[in-house]
Structure formats: C-alpha cells, structure tokens
Write a protein that binds this ligand. Structure first.
Ligand code: CA
Length: 218
C-alpha cells in the first residue's frame, strides 16, 4: 500500500502524509512535477495523489506523460482548481478520480480504497479468497467467523497478498509495497510480519513457496 504523494503545499502535504501513514500506507512525498514523473516511473505504487499546480511540470503534464509512457498507475487528482474544465481535462488525461481542496481526510481515504478496488477488479468492499475476508476500511480480517485486528504492517502485507490471491510475492516485492523510501527495512522484516500474521489467522492462511515468496490461496 505504497502511495506517491505529489503536493507542493507543505501544510497540506504533511497533513495527508500523516493521515495516510496512520492508515497503514507508506507514503513517498515529492513536491514538484519533474520529480513526480521520474519517481512514478521507477517505483511501484498502488496509487498516485496528484496536485495540479506544481513547480517544474504541472500535474496535467505529469499525468499526460505517465499515460503516454503506458504507465497505468491509478491517479487521484487533488486540486484547489475547481473549474469544471480542469476536472474534465484531468479525467480525459487518464485520472481515475479527483478531490477538490479542502477535502476531508476520511473522504480521501474512502476514495483511495474505491480506486484501488476498481483498479484490481474487486467488486465489493471486502477482499476475500474464500478463507479470509479482509476489510480495508477497518483493517480487520475475518476467518471462520472470528475477527482479528491487525497491526498497520500486518494489514499492509496481507492486503498486498489478498489483492492477488494465488500469486507468489517475493520479499523484494512485498518490501516495495509496504515500505516507503525513507524507511529502514530489517533483513528479516517480512518474515517477522508473516510470523505475526500466521499466529493470528493460522499458519495455513499464508503459504510459503520456498525460495520464491509467499501467497494466499485463490
Ligand atoms: Ca499546488
């Protein structure tokens, strides 16, 4: 659940970063359009939050260049510009949604959940593989009618696995999904989180494929 935040307003940027961090997202924050573009092209984000009025390159240029380079990462535009034309241009350039400042941080999180669901073809609000049910709004997982509360890391890791049941995720992939670029990652961090998850929801809920990584069954 790693998000790229592109926002040149320091107050707004730090408020968003803090709120999303508290909600278990890893947030990489950049403050100009050129850096946004180079970062989005090299890192693996679940979503980009994109301001329009930015130094170096504006948000619409960033979005246009991303889509031209066949980068389909979901983008939510966050903008103070409330002209209908800006919104239309943003959606036409390939944005998935937009929010007009000032917006509630709770609404932002609900929009992020909705865009991520749509982007991964998840119909309902709950991620399920037939054994586990993961609720992105509460970070709770249910198995056999028992509900478990997860830590932020446990939730982020299980969410990455549950978005693609039946797909093996390597350690590198999982680290890339749940840690931002400023975070120190201990060499056994992923094993440690998986260990905690298995203690809660059962050892057989997450399969280890020796030498390759981890997955939840489909
Ligand atoms: Ca701005």
């Amino acid at each position: 659940m790693r998000i790229l935040l592109v926002e040149d307003d320091h107050l707004i940027g730090s408020a968003i970063q803090q709120a999303l961090h508290d909600a278990a997202y890893a947030v990489d924050w950049v403050q100009d359009g050129a850096t946004a573009l180079s970062t989005a092209k090299t890192e693996d984000y679940i979503l980009v939050l994109l301001d329009l009025g930015l130094p170096c390159k504006n948000g619409l240029e960033v979005l246009g260049e991303l889509r031209n380079s066949k980068n389909a990462v979901p983008v939510i535009i966050i903008t103070a510009r409330d002209a209908v034309e800006d919104r239309i241009n943003g959606l036409d350039e390939g944005a998935d949604d937009y929010l007009i400042k000032p917006f509630s941080l709770n609404e932002l999180q609900a929009r992020i959940r909705a865009v991520v669901r749509r982007n991964h073809g998840v119909a309902g609000s709950i991620l399920s593989n037939g054994i586990l049910k993961l609720n992105p709004a509460t970070h709770e997982v249910t198995r056999d009618n028992q509900t478990y509360t997860l830590t932020a890391r446990e939730y982020a890791l299980l969410h990455a696995l549950m978005l693609h049941p039946g797909t093996i995720h390597s350690r590198d992939q999982l680290e890339g999904r749940i840690y931002g670029w400023n975070e120190e990652v201990a060499s056994n961090a992923i094993e440690f989180i998986i260990h905690g998850l298995r203690k809660k929801i059962g050892k057989d809920a997450i399969n280890n494929v020796r030498g390759l990584g981890w997955m939840v069954s489909k």
